[in-house]
Design a protein around this ligand. Structure first.
Ligand SMILES: CCc1cc(N2CCCCCC2)n2ncc(-c3ccc(F)cc3)c2n1
Length: 239
């Protein structure tokens, strides 16, 4: 019996290598970030064409605040640049934007543009472009534990009633329902680390690594990784 192809509904990408991309071209780091931002649009449209339902992109981690303040200031303005440049294309392609993270800690201008992007695209029914922005998985899980602990203290939950499904429903990916867990995680730039990204959700995800730096990762690369995934023998913990 031929093995049926795996369906790729949720793709997650750690978009690494933007600074190295710039350094190789003797350009400042922000040029790599800007190129990386333009590549977000290219890969979003490519993923939409491939029928991917959710594309989660690790844009800024809770640890990234430790970067030089000028770099953080530049990064915090990228969402403004991105939507100024690409909102019409996102709307034309029926893309729905979601941003998950501790958004109340963002600068006001950044917060306002991401909230506006989510509301302007709320009724779109195509690919969900999900940015992990000021996101950290251990903090996300800790927040979920605090919420469940509060329910126990309030007497609305008993500890023996806690299930894996209940914990999933207290994570930032809860609104993706059956697409909550990525089917495939790709990390670019040759690094092979998870870096505090979707630790709970990636439990049974396939992992793939590209030696290309994010700005160079193109539609052909995406198609090759997706095709490779479709022919993998996924186990989900079984033999
Ligand atoms: C603030 C961190 C950051 C960095 C970044 N880079 C720089 C490093 C990662 C590679 C991609 C390009 N991008 N690219 C798009 C966004 C973006 C985020 C949210 C949003 F609603 C719209 C766009 C972005 N955000």
């Amino acid at each position: 019996m031929s093995k049926t192809d795996n369906e790729l509904n949720h793709l997650a990408i750690i978009m690494d290598g933007n600074g190295r991309w710039a350094k190789k071209r003797h350009k400042p780091r922000f040029v790599g970030h800007r190129e990386g931002m333009d590549n977000v649009e290219r890969i979003t449209l490519a993923a939409n064409k491939l029928g991917i339902k959710v594309l989660t992109l690790y844009a800024f981690s809770t640890e990234n605040w430790a970067r030089p303040k000028e770099e953080v200031a530049y990064l915090m303005n990228l969402p403004v640049r991105f939507f100024d440049k690409y909102m019409p294309t996102l709307m034309e392609n029926n893309v729905k934007v979601n941003i998950m993270g501790y958004l109340d800690e963002l600068p006001e201008k950044t917060y306002k543009i991401v909230q506006r992007a989510m509301s302007e695209t709320a009724h779109n029914t195509g690919l969900i472009l999900n940015f992990a922005f000021n996101y950290g998985s251990r903090r996300e899980i800790t927040t979920a534990m605090k919420e469940l602990g509060g329910m126990i203290e309030a007497g609305t939950l008993k500890s023996e009633e806690i299930t894996e499904k209940m914990i999933s429903q207290h994570l930032m990916t809860k609104n993706f329902g059956k697409y909550q867990d990525p089917d495939l995680l790709i990390r670019t730039s040759g690094e092979q680390r998870i870096s505090n990204f979707l630790l709970w959700q990636l439990a049974y995800s396939e992992l793939a690594f590209s030696d290309k730096n994010w700005p160079d990762f193109d539609e052909d690369d995406l198609r090759k990784f997706v095709n490779d995934f479709k022919h993998r023998n996924r186990r989900f913990g079984k033999v």
